[in-house]
Write a protein that binds this ligand. Structure first.
Ligand code: FES
Length: 107
């Protein structure tokens, strides 16, 4: 178990949360497991865009590149930005220890 991995999540009120993370979990699952408000309606199937997050710039290039499905789905997200990602498409790993994301607005 990688019990020393963390991510930082800034909620929609601007509060930062340090969340314990597990390698192999989707970032969306980590956020949801800690009770932060993320709808993730499709359960991680890249089919809803309600797990939309903004990734802090320094982390962007460390993330796996987007698949076409994610790019298409982000087109339908609310207020997409250059640093938008779907958190269900980001798999936690040692390399992402300390990842910092901000929850995108909800519809
Ligand atoms: S949970 Fe639906 S696209 Fe990520």
């Amino acid at each position: 178990m990688d019990d020393d991995l963390f991510i930082f999540v800034i909620d929609r009120d601007g509060a930062e949360h340090k969340l314990e993370a597990v390698a192999g979990w989707r970032v969306m699952e980590i956020i949801r497991e800690h009770g932060l408000p993320i709808k993730a309606e499709c359960g991680g199937a890249c089919a809803c865009a309600t797990c939309h997050v903004y990734v802090e710039d320094e982390w962007l290039e460390k993330l796996p590149s987007q698949r076409n499905e994610e790019i298409d789905m982000l087109d339908e997200a609310i207020d997409p930005q250059d640093n938008s990602r779907l958190s269900c498409q980001l798999i936690m790993s040692e390399e992402l220890n300390g990842l910092r994301v901000r929850l995108a607005p909800e519809g």
